[in-house]
Design a protein around this ligand. Structure first.
Ligand SMILES: [Zn+2]
Ligand SMILES: [Zn+2]
Length: 180
């Protein structure tokens, strides 16, 4: 649903543009990312002398995990991108164009379809928060037993030393007493 037939636009004079509203689009994302909400927003396609310029302004949300307490969370994502798409066939003859000069360019396919799925997926992936949090003051998990400290604010282990060096000291003391 992020693919557009641009045959008509390719036949228009440079400067012509078309606007599309995107409603509840879905998309396969790279890197095991999963959408928590469909994609909404708008896309503007403009004819340039040699290409179609696509401007997209889209919002969605990603299914994430809190980086401190590991609860599933939904992270809103907003992406704005501008991509230039070049034709892969001559509009008038239908013959393939030489694409070797710009092998990495986004291409309008030979049916005049411009698919923004790849660039939008990449932009959403780049917008993924690095360390998402369920809330700014998430207390995370107990480093000793893994208890969720958000649910147990008074949680602690007063009888067990937290530092492993203290733990080995404690056992050494006990051994020493036995030998002593
Ligand atoms: Zn959390
Ligand atoms: Zn604990």
């Amino acid at each position: 649903m992020l693919a557009f037939n641009v045959a008509g636009l390719m036949g228009s004079v440079p400067g012509t543009d078309r606007r599309y509203e995107i409603h509840d689009a879905s998309l396969e994302l790279p890197d095991d990312l999963r959408l928590a909400e469909p994609i909404n927003g708008n896309v503007r396609l403009s004819r340039t002398t040699r290409s179609i310029l696509a401007d997209a302004d889209l919002t969605t949300a990603l299914q994430e995990t809190c980086s401190r307490c590991l609860r599933p969370i939904v992270s809103p994502v907003h992406v704005e991108l501008r991509e230039e798409a070049l034709p892969s066939v001559d509009l008038h003859t239908g013959l393939p164009l030489d694409t070797s000069a710009e092998p990495d360019a986004l291409r309008i396919d030979d049916h005049h379809v411009l698919d923004l799925g790849g660039p939008v997926g990449d932009a959403i992936s780049m917008a993924e928060p690095i360390a998402p949090l369920c809330r700014p003051d998430c207390r995370g998990l107990c480093p000793i037993c893994g208890a969720d400290l958000n649910d147990n604010p008074g949680h602690g282990h007063p009888d067990e030393p937290v530092d492993p060096r203290l733990a080995s000291l404690a056992s050494w003391d006990a051994t020493d007493t036995d030998v002593g």
